[in-house]
Design a protein around this ligand. Structure first.
Ligand code: PA5
Length: 423
């Protein structure tokens, strides 16, 4: 049994003959499984024995938790989005995980106000830094690291080097050279895993562990997905089924996929998904535009457009049946707000009902609605979901005949910026 169910709500899109994809899916699956020289290392890492990696990450995470109040993760794109996604999905809305410390992010923007205010916020806190860059020379994190490294050296003197952990390529790059020169401890990003496919490597695992989240559970969930989704038969592979439905809708002229959920904690997970699909598929003038919405908030904003606007989008509703925390609507003898009919209903029940109503309304409005459902919002199911999306994404990109693992378009802005900066 799959841990995740993919269904399509609208009768007319259910009727599409998806079996027409069977042979192309099988061929792409073989290509993925057999590829040696591509960035497909992430396909099998969850199946390997990761206990030594988990132990070494836990050891450093424990050291950080004992000696610091805050970990600053420096990275951009695939070097931070996954960690932030998991951290925010599993951290209480107010406060932090009981087993974790505060994890904050830098190097994902070049706002002067952001870096200045971040420095000011460190005054009463003990600090560790985890700088993450596969290439080791990306401008945004490199600039933030320059500033924060100086801050650490001024504050901690020679012991600053014990508080800086570097996650970078095993063999090359400026960051690796810096780490060696200054004896910073290092974690390696496997050379056959690209940034946006790297959350289950030390890139994501160290910050996630420091935030107090069980990385073993996360990897176990990914392992379950890696086993279940190793199937090349479209009928039996939910990730491929999702990829094929997306492709069929894309071919029918729907050019935007809207990922939606009703749990605000998933907002950063949406951002991780958006980068994964956007950077993997959007090339050669092709690809679905990945957009995201957070409900209920966006139902009272962009919801109008989704229901009634230009018919360019389909919606993918992500739903977890069980959310750890909940609250019941209290009885109010006055009933001035006329809500007593909901007395003793749980908020999560009302929220799930709103999800159901939204899905039906959008489908009736002509919006194709895909539902992705998982049992529980926890590390295990998120590990599963991450792997599910990465595999679906690779399949999706190959279905439109683009390379899921490069990002040539990202270079254009860098080139112009460097010209303007007289680099
Ligand atoms: O998915 C990718 O490869 C990119 O988004 C990178 O993660 C991002 O550009 C950061 O690169 P680096 O880790 O080399 O600093």
């Amino acid at each position: 049994t799959q841990l995740l169910q993919t269904t399509i709500l609208n009768e007319q899109f259910l009727k599409i003959d998806y079996s027409q994809y069977t042979s192309s899916v099988a061929a792409i699956h073989r290509h993925l499984e057999e590829s040696k020289d591509e960035l497909t290392g992430w396909l099998n890492t969850p199946l390997e024995d990761n206990q030594d990696l988990i132990n070494s990450i836990q050891t450093i995470a424990n050291e950080i938790k004992v000696n610091a109040d805050v970990l600053i993760v420096i990275g951009i794109g695939g070097s931070y989005l996954g960690a932030k996604a998991i951290q925010d999905a599993l951290t209480p809305y107010f406060g932090k995980q009981p087993n974790g410390i505060e994890v904050i992010y830098a190097g994902q923007n070049m706002s002067g106000a952001y870096i200045h205010q971040l420095l000011n916020s460190l005054e009463d806190k003990e600090v560790y830094i985890n700088v993450i860059s596969k290439s080791g020379s990306t401008m945004e994190p490199a600039l933030a690291f320059r500033v924060l490294r100086q801050y650490m050296e001024e504050r901690y003197g020679v012991s600053a080097s014990e508080r800086i952990i570097v996650t970078t390529d095993a063999e090359a790059g400026l960051l690796r050279d810096i780490a060696i020169t200054h004896s910073y401890r290092q974690f390696v990003i496997p050379s056959n895993i690209g940034g946006r496919y790297s959350v289950l490597t030390p890139v994501g695992l160290l910050p996630i562990a420091v935030a107090g989240i069980d990385i073993k559970q996360l990897l176990d969930g990914a392992k379950e997905a890696a086993m279940l989704l190793k199937e090349g038969n479209l009928e039996q592979n939910e990730a491929y089924r999702y990829a094929v439905i997306r492709h069929a809708l894309y071919s029918l002229g729907y050019k935007v996929e809207l990922l939606a959920s009703f749990e605000p904690a998933l907002a950063n997970f949406h951002d991780w998904w958006k980068q994964l699909f956007g950077e993997s598929e959007g090339k050669d003038q092709k690809g679905l535009f990945p957009a995201t919405v957070n409900y209920s908030t966006d139902l009272h904003a962009i919801g109008q457009f989704i229901q009634d606007g230009s018919p360019i989008l389909f919606e993918t509703l992500l739903h977890f049946h069980e959310i750890t925390d909940d609250y019941q609507v209290p009885y109010d003898v006055r009933d001035e707000d006329r809500l007593n009919y909901l007395t003793n209903s749980s908020f999560n029940y009302i929220n799930a009902t709103s999800k159901q109503g939204t899905a039906i309304a959008h489908a009736e409005g002509g919006v194709p609605v895909i539902q992705l459902e998982l049992e529980k919002l926890d590390a295990y199911h998120l590990g599963y979901l991450i792997y599910f999306f990465m595999k679906a994404c690779a399949m999706s990109a190959y279905l439109i005949e683009v390379n899921p693992f490069d990002q040539p378009g990202v270079e254009a802005y860098k080139k112009k910026m460097l010209e303007l900066l007289n680099a």
